[in-house]
Design a protein around this ligand. Structure first.
Ligand code: F6R
Length: 357
């Protein structure tokens, strides 16, 4: 039910702080200890490499999750687009673990990889919002996203739930392997939930940005470095799928290798700046596009902000910034679609679950 909301997408964007809190609760026992299935712990400890398989937004969540699993749990990770996996099958490690990320649990491209790797005898874990789904039933292990039903075709709360559960999986594995973390991840997730909640109260500011910068544009670019780059890919996907504005996410450093040729007077360029180690570099990329007439909108994080930034999100742990910075990207897409009278919840040519290859 939409309740007082005009669209499921907006409702689902707003639910994200609650989803974060639900995930924290669902994965902790009464002593605040993580309570992941022992079998999953065993599989995580036993593997020498993780292969994440997913499509679309879930693939973008996988790119973020790779960092958690490598940095916190010390396991090398490859992230693959499901539909490409069989053509470009990598040379597998000795003890691979396949992790399928899928909101619906029904994506045919992912399922065909699952069938193939099961035939090869490899273990599989599915992270899904629908525990009884095909990908969940056919895998050895399942982690539930606890996002609640996602109705809008454009995925929002499932993306942030996927990232949060990937973080929990990484933390749990780190603990199982007796690896020290220099921060309290569950505490940091709670801080993220609060930061998200503040954002859902700042819709008017985002709507104004859309009106002023994305009104009649035919295209838009998203640039970022490091983790921000992955969020740029997701921001661009959201914008194109519901507003039909041609949008692309680029790594800041790649601009000069080609894309900068497309920057003209008034071209909207959305830049993400939430990472201290790349703040200087991404800001020089912004200067480069502004010098060529771009209409810049910088989304930064408290502590790294500059006066000219379009929007500043609250400070959260540097590994978890995608959970927060994606919210204004989702809202940008929402208002851009709304202002163009697009069917926000049911964009043309798209289905909620893609059951054909
Ligand atoms: C984008 C979107 C799609 C899905 C993709 C995978 O907003 O919803 O890109 O993320 O089709 O779907 P699942 O996660 O159900 O496997």
């Amino acid at each position: 039910e939409k309740g007082t909301y005009s669209h499921f997408m907006l409702k689902e964007i707003d639910e994200q702080p609650f989803v974060m809190r639900r995930i924290i609760q669902e994965y902790q026992d009464e002593h605040d200890q993580l309570k992941l299935d022992q079998d999953i712990r065993g599989a995580m400890k036993a593997c020498d490499r993780i292969y994440i398989i997913a499509a679309g937004t879930s693939y973008h969540a996988g790119l973020v999750g790779k960092q958690f699993l490598e940095k916190m749990a010390g396991i090398p990770v490859e992230v693959h687009v499901a539909s490409e996996f069989s053509y470009n099958m990598p040379l597998l490690s000795e003890k691979p673990l396949f992790v399928f990320i899928s909101q619906s649990g029904e994506t045919a491209d992912s399922r065909s990889v699952l069938v193939k790797i099961k035939e090869m005898g490899h273990p599989a874990l599915t992270m899904t919002n629908v525990p009884g789904s095909t990908l969940s039933r056919e895998a050895d292990y399942t982690l539930h996203l606890h996002a609640g039903p996602e109705i809008a075709v454009a995925s929002t709360k499932a993306y942030t739930a996927q990232i949060a559960v990937l973080a929990i999986l990484a933390v749990d594995t780190a603990q199982a392997k007796d690896l020290e973390l220099d921060f309290d991840p569950m505490q940091e997730l709670a801080i993220v939930a609060n930061a998200m909640e503040v954002l859902t109260d700042q819709k008017e500011a985002i709507e104004t940005l859309v009106r002023e910068n994305l009104g009649t544009t035919r295209n838009a670019f998203f640039i970022g470095r490091g983790t921000d780059y992955f969020v740029c890919l997701e921001g661009a996907l959201k914008l194109k799928e519901i507003s039909y504005i041609q949008a692309e996410g680029f790594a800041g450093g790649e601009l000069k290798h080609g894309t900068i040729a497309l920057i003209e007077d008034g071209t909207p360029v959305i830049a993400l700046a939430t990472q201290e180690n790349v703040n200087y570099a991404i800001r020089s990329n912004v200067q480069e596009v502004v010098a060529r007439g771009a209409n810049d909108m910088v989304f930064s994080m408290k502590g790294l902000e500059q006066d000219t930034d379009a929007f500043v999100v609250r400070h959260v742990h540097e590994l978890l910034t995608p959970l927060v910075s994606v919210v204004p990207m989702q809202l940008l897409a929402y208002y851009a679609a709304l202002h163009r009278d697009c069917d926000v919840d049911k964009p043309r040519n798209l289905a909620k679950s893609v059951t054909v290859e």
